[in-house]
Design a protein around this ligand. Structure first.
Ligand code: GLV
Length: 329
């Protein structure tokens, strides 16, 4: 798609996307400039392509910082990220340049909570090890002590970050009979009432009492390495850790140590500290289930996320205020 002759209504899209997702932008008379590849462009390419753009449709692998915004230029009006998380975006740099920032909240809540539940079930019932045994051709038939798992019914589950996704996960795990405690900035009386959940303001006390911990907090300076070596050891022996939020919430090297010496019973991870790299220690462990950051990856969810992004871009470019602005531009 053409990049030349921008009339100030050019939208740069940083990955190849289905035409149907992009259609509302073309229908609004905007000029599309799609970086037509599935992997993240280099910083140099991104900086070169955004020059003169009015809007950017970015992904969570794209660093949106002052340098990128300046490379785009003062005509840039809006950055819309195809994610709920905005830790890859320098919010202050957007604000200083009067660039609106939009994200895709709510629509991916159920898909992401489903995936956290899938990881927990896979860990609790040792799906990966069972599958491997079958595929190895070494299965000798039903055994009374074969691959014994962990009961979710009655399990003590800690939800760290009871926002939309954390609350949706809490509902799911409660439906399996677990007893839910949550840790966050404030109590959520609606969760207490609906799920019989319990707020625990002291994270360390909560960890010490939990057989499962599932992370749903955003990545900020305050949550970086929230589960470090010491806190991982506060969990009772055999505890399961699930992370569908952001990799750097856990010190990955410390997690490998705690899994290797069997302090932890297992980890279910959809996110990693240095994506797309994965700690080699994790790859070697049988009691780790890993996915390549698939939280929101369902057809319907991604389509709805795309609609939120195109709504935000078209709204800002016609001078309106989109529903999904992050902070005040
Ligand atoms: C996925 O991680 C997202 O933030 O949408």
């Amino acid at each position: 798609m053409s990049r030349a002759g921008s009339d100030g209504r050019r939208v740069v899209v940083t990955r190849a996307l289905p035409a149907a997702w992009l259609a509302p932008l073309a229908e609004a008379g905007l000029e599309l400039d799609v970086i037509d590849q599935h992997e993240a462009p280099s910083t140099a390419e991104l900086h070169e392509r955004v020059r003169g753009a009015s809007a950017l449709w970015v992904m969570l692998g794209d660093r949106v910082d002052a340098a990128l915004l300046d490379a785009a230029g003062p005509q840039l009006r809006v950055v819309a990220t195809f994610s709920v998380g905005v830790d890859h975006v320098d919010l202050a740099a957007c604000r200083e340049r009067d660039v609106a920032l939009a994200n895709t909240p709510e629509v991916l809540t159920n898909a992401t909570a489903d995936l956290a539940m899938a990881l927990l079930l896979a860990l609790a019932r040792r799906l990966r090890e069972g599958e491997a045994l079958l595929r190895s051709g070494r299965w000798a038939g039903w055994g009374p002590q074969q691959l014994l798992g962990f009961d979710l019914d009655g399990a003590r589950v800690l939800v760290v970050g009871p926002g939309r996704i954390g609350s949706a996960f809490a509902r799911r795990v409660r439906a399996f009979g677990a007893r839910v405690t949550y840790h966050g900035r404030r109590a959520r009386p609606e969760l207490d009432e609906e799920l019989g959940a319990r707020f625990e303001p002291d994270l360390e006390a909560a960890l010490a009492r939990s057989e499962v911990v599932s992370l749903h907090a955003p990545l900020t300076d305050a949550t970086y390495h929230l589960l470090d070596a010491r806190r991982l050891r506060l969990l009772p022996p055999g505890a399961l850790v699930v992370n569908t939020a952001r990799g750097p919430l856990i010190d990955e090297a410390a997690l490998v140590d705690a899994l290797r010496d069997a302090h932890l019973g297992g980890a279910g991870l959809d996110v990693f500290e240095r994506e797309p790299q994965v700690h080699s220690g994790l790859l070697e462990l049988p009691n780790v289930v890993m996915l390549p950051h698939l939280g929101s990856a369902t057809r319907g969810t991604r389509q709805t996320m795309a609609a939120l992004v195109t709504d935000a871009i078209t709204a800002v470019l016609r001078g309106a205020r989109p529903a999904n602005l992050v902070g005040d531009p």
